[in-house]
Design a protein around this ligand. Structure first.
Ligand code: ATP
Ligand code: LTN
Length: 332
């Protein structure tokens, strides 16, 4: 085993990825893969916690893998795989279910939000979602989990479950830490800058997709909701403007203050135009490369098969330990 620490993260193939997924998660992963033992998953089992068309799920899964690679995740450096290919995720989730409480799962804000959207159709899977997520993470003895701000609560729960299990038996799991970067951790909706940009939003003007064409990106930024202050400032009273500045800052690496200074005496239209141009140039190569990769199903298959094999080796070890600790009789 290498000395490097392990990072693990995943994205649901619940639709085409957004600029939020990219800036909040993937862009950080690309940097981290240089220094960490990196495992990145496409969490298709999480995606069926709300209704999904099978053919869309299949397509989105391969599209997310293409997006990962096109964004700069290197299959030779990082393990890239599909969650349902490694059965240890579901198996560990079952055991962890028996160490998770009804009350704590009911307090998860993502569960509360998504149950509102799926009223009358709230599955046990949706309720149990965070336990499967804990299993994903704990299976690989993960040190660090790079995610967006919205996942902080789920990470806390994963830590609680790990500690509870370790205390009940003996140290079994590494207790993972969240890695949430300061900028880009919560890219906001372009239509409602008080809520996060989400691929499951009904209004497609609210998000930028990684596969949006330059014209669409420009149009969506031009329509972005700002405010009536009229001066470009970086503060919570101007969430729409702040969001545009954050997007620019995360991509160019310039500080928010430097960007505000650049736009002194300029209007919102110019800020929107510049943001759109920066995003267009950042996403162009990713979109083009993704399109190419998505056509090469054999290449993608080689990547996810190799990824699953590597993941399985590590995952099985943890699962064996867990089964032994809880008292299951070994088959061999
Ligand atoms: P959905 O809208 O279908 O619930 P999602 O867009 O939130 O999904 P996930 O698959 O749940 O996407 O999230 C994948 C990763 O992207 C997570 O690390 C999450 O924190 C991050 N992420 C998602 N949306 C944003 C956002 N608007 N800003 C920053 N990070 C985000
Ligand atoms: N719940 C996460 C997706 C996810 C995840 C994970 C992220 C599932 N398993 C393990 C990090 C580590 C979300 O972003 N909605």
């Amino acid at each position: 085993m290498s000395e490097k620490k392990t990072i693990f993260s995943g994205i649901q193939p619940s639709g085409a990825l957004t600029l939020g997924n990219y800036l909040g998660a993937i862009k950080n992963w690309v940097e981290l893969q240089e220094d960490y033992h990196s495992i990145f998953c496409i969490v298709d089992m999480h995606a069926i916690t709300v209704p999904k068309e099978p053919k869309d799920l299949r397509h989105n899964t391969l599209e997310v893998l293409s997006n990962y690679i096109a964004s700069g995740l290197d299959p030779d450096k990082a393990t890239l795989f599909i969650q349902s290919h490694v059965s240890a995720h579901a198996e560990l989730a079952w055991v962890l279910n028996c160490f998770s409480y009804f009350g704590e799962l009911g307090r998860m804000t993502q569960f509360k939000d998504k149950s509102k959207k799926n009223e009358g159709n709230i599955t046990a899977g949706l309720f149990d979602y965070p336990v499967l997520m804990a299993a994903d993470i704990l299976l690989y003895q993960t040190d660090l989990v790079p995610v967006g701000e919205d996942q902080r609560q789920h990470l806390e729960l994963s830590r609680d479950i790990a500690q509870r299990f370790n205390n009940r038996f003996s140290p079994t799991f590494v207790v993972p830490e969240p890695y949430i970067s300061k900028i880009g951790a919560k890219v906001m909706s372009l239509q409602d800058p008080l809520s996060k940009m989400s691929k499951s939003d009904d209004n497609d003007n609210s998000y930028i997709l990684l596969n949006d064409k330059p014209d669409d990106i420009l149009r969506k930024f031009k329509r972005a909701v700002t405010d009536s202050v009229g001066v470009i400032g970086y503060n919570t009273e101007q969430p729409g403007v702040k969001n545009l500045i954050d997007i620019c800052s995360k991509i160019t690496g310039e500080s928010a203050e430097a960007i505000v200074q650049k736009f002194e005496n300029k209007g919102y239209a110019e800020l929107k135009q510049t943001t759109a141009e920066i995003v267009i140039e950042e996403l162009r190569p990713i979109r083009e490369e993704s399109e190419k990769l998505l056509k090469d199903k054999e290449y993608l298959q080689r990547i996810y098969q190799k990824g699953a094999e590597k993941a399985e080796d590590v995952g099985r070890k943890t699962l064996r330990k867990v089964y032994k600790k809880v008292g299951f009789v070994s088959r061999y």
